[in-house]
Design a protein around this ligand. Sequence first.
Ligand SMILES: [Zn+2]
Length: 247
Amino acid sequence: MAQIRTKGIIIRQTDYGEGHRMLSIFTEDCGIVKAVSYGAGKSRSKAAASGQFLCWADFELHSKVNSDIMTVRSADTIDAFLPVTEDIKKLSLCAYLADITYGILGSGNPDIRLLHIFLNCVYALAYKNEDMAKVKAVYELKMMCAEGYMPSLTGCASCGEGEPYAFDLERGGTVCKKCGGKNTVRLDGALYRALSYIVSSEDKKMLSFTASDDLTERLGSLAERYVLTQLDINPKSLAYYKTMLKI
Ligand SMILES: [Zn+2]
């Protein structure tokens, strides 16, 4: 049996028997772990307050030999990001971001860089009233960069010679006019510059740019299609987020 103290943010929670919750926590030291929080399903319990989706806390976890599932011994909330959890649209966006994070990282792989990118996005939604579509696009692209899918934005990813004309979602890079295939997105100067900024900026400055609504929409469409194409996924949480945007 081992005791672990680590900071983490809850990226998924499901009911686990009467009054208990199964949490997926993206931790600093152990990556994404599963942990049962006893009593977290009972309203007014201390565990309930620190057992909610997006709660960033100092956790004391207990692991058993031969089990992947830990137990939450204690959790001291650092930030519950209430402006996000009390807003159904922001909440559904974060559920999608959490989903793709789980999808790309899996469990048990520590990744402080990705954790901080995720936290920065939740923070920007909660306290900077940052545009949701922008946060979504930036997270999608930065997550891909952090996990080995950094887009190549110089020259042509196919012939190696032509000037960037479109972004090829399958090759993960720019291609020239001659090489542009089916699964490509046409790039203009503004879209290319925004894409380059996000890919090359320091993580903490990744949201420090302005973009028109039209540009944000085109950037968002490219980023989303890039994630779905490369990871070959179609998460329900994305469809749910889009439904929420319409209400
Ligand atoms: Zn080419």
